[in-house]
Design a binder for this molecule. Sequence first.
Ligand code: 8YV
Length: 327
Amino acid sequence: MAKKPKVIVTRKLPDPVETRMCELFDVELNTSDTPMSADALADALARADVVVPTVTDRLDSRLLSRAGPNLRLISNFGAGVDNIDVATANARGITVTNTPGVLTEDTADMTMALILASARRIVEGAQVVQSGGFAGWSPTWMLGRRIAGKRLGILGMGRIGQAVARRAKAFGLAIHYHNRKPVPPRVAEDLEATYWESLDQMLARVDVISVNCPHTPATFHLLSARRLKLLQPHAIVVNTARGEVIDEAALANMLARGELAGAGLDVYENEPAINPKLMKLPNVVLLPHMGSATVESRMEMGEKVIINIKTFMDGHRPPDRVIPSML
Ligand code: 8YV
């Protein structure tokens, strides 16, 4: 029997995923789930045939320069690959794969949850009740804003953006989107979606903006201080993609000054750090990067990681190879 490939997994994965990996590969697990230091990561890159990182591991060009001769595959547990310098990896002959598709619906659900939570003050209301402050109903208390009939702007109309659009349409929101290119006519028709080539023009017209694009050099601070100012003061900003797409400090300042109505954020520019200004505001809902945090998503992400490793090691093209030109 051929020697099993050495696979180093950087974080604790669901038990069935780890068990199957142990059956197939020569695996080093991280049972304590402590995030690896840069040195520990470099050591993993130096010793492994395959490394399985997550969003919390930064594999930049400096770290990749310490990769050993055996490292041939980085099989990311996650769809976003902004934690990995894919071009440098490829230049060193290392293939990179990710786990797209299996977390689409759960992330879209979380986006809708944040839209509703922000517009309808759900977290604020729950906190009042849980702190014993509910003194009875009042006609003018805890008023939020209706979402039906409003305009939703989706920034990034890939799998997740379209899944958000399907949900939002059912809630009565009109779908507007900005993307590098328009979606196919059939998709646009089904969603009754309006394409804006100009992000600036779209921002000025929407009531809710949802970030659903990946973080790449081209999308870093796409919602810059200048662009955030184009939003109407009653607008809500929702982000379940990557914090780096929004200038977080500018967003926090505008929310604090009442220049925007609210925000629902699942991701942050310098995770796990969060701009302290944001944490003090009543008009924001802050979640700890849990868009894909369902048992089902995490199991299917693990299954994809295994299939990518197995296919690659069997000499075939892995199904989820990341090509830098796709980013
Ligand atoms: C994952 C995510 O939990 O897949 C992604 O891109 O942002 C998250 O849903 C995380 O990346 C796991 O590495």
